[in-house]
Ligand binder design. Sequence first.
Ligand SMILES: Nc1nc2c(ncn2[C@@H]2O[C@H](COP(=O)(O)OP(=O)(O)OP(=O)(O)O)[C@@H](O)[C@H]2O)c(=O)[nH]1
Ligand SMILES: [Mg+2]
Length: 259
Amino acid sequence: MSSRPPVRVPAKPAKVPKANAAATSVVRNNPASVTPMGWMHTARFLTTAAQLHHLPAMDTPEIAFVGRSNAGKSTCINTLTQKKQLAFASKKPGRTQHINLFALGKQGITDAVLADLPGYGYAAVAKMDKLRWQQVMANYLVSRDNLTGIVMMCDPRHGLTELDDILLEVIRPRVEEGLKFLIILTKADKLTRAEQAKALSIARLQAGGGEVKLFSALKKQGVDEVAQLLWDWTHPADGAVAAPQAAEPPEEETEAVDE
Ligand SMILES: Nc1nc2c(ncn2[C@@H]2O[C@H](COP(=O)(O)OP(=O)(O)OP(=O)(O)O)[C@@H](O)[C@H]2O)c(=O)[nH]1
Ligand SMILES: [Mg+2]
């Protein structure tokens, strides 16, 4: 304890998880000054559905994570949200078998939804189940009204596969109409820097001008950038889709505690 008189300072801002300098950069159109990583950390399980008609109709912007089985979709969601067990991730391919929705937003106000989809291309799945699932996913991608963006996860060691190309064709009309689209090259920690650069330029060509980012859950590479992009997708500068933000209480003056 010291005898210094207490200094009057504004109330402490809400605590957000530690993030690096990029994540603490100014967030556009964000009156509450939430960092993208802080926003991501609000994620909570919303619902799960085996079939499309079991999904609740929503008008909140939704971002779907798609890609081959084992590409790292669930792990990416857990890394972005800084919640180890939010989405089921596993060494065993085919771990995610339902469409799982996670809500994002401060203080119980959902302003975006993340959808973790089962992967495709897992050889051990029976043919009928594969076809059924491919149909469910195609229907979801084509008809989900509140779908705002698609994140396609791709292991750069395998590149974009035939099934990825089919999916790209399925979503092309919606992307041309303005649906956001990002290819994430996962498990970047398994590549050298030179391999990463090469994978990035190949994927950029295949993405036809779409965004491509390198990502590693292990090394936390690309995490802040992806969080920022998803924020931007769901909170466009014109505010058209931006969700209501909880009103911030007026700044209070509190007495600082002496260190
Ligand atoms: N080295 C490394 N391994 C990763 C990374 N991301 C995911 N993995 C591993 O890849 C495996 C598959 O990860 P999941 O997140 O379950 O993959 P998924 O795409 O959700 O798979 P399905 O649910 O089967 O479609 C797990 O063993 C993860 O630990 C990463 O960035 N680096
Ligand atoms: Mg999964």
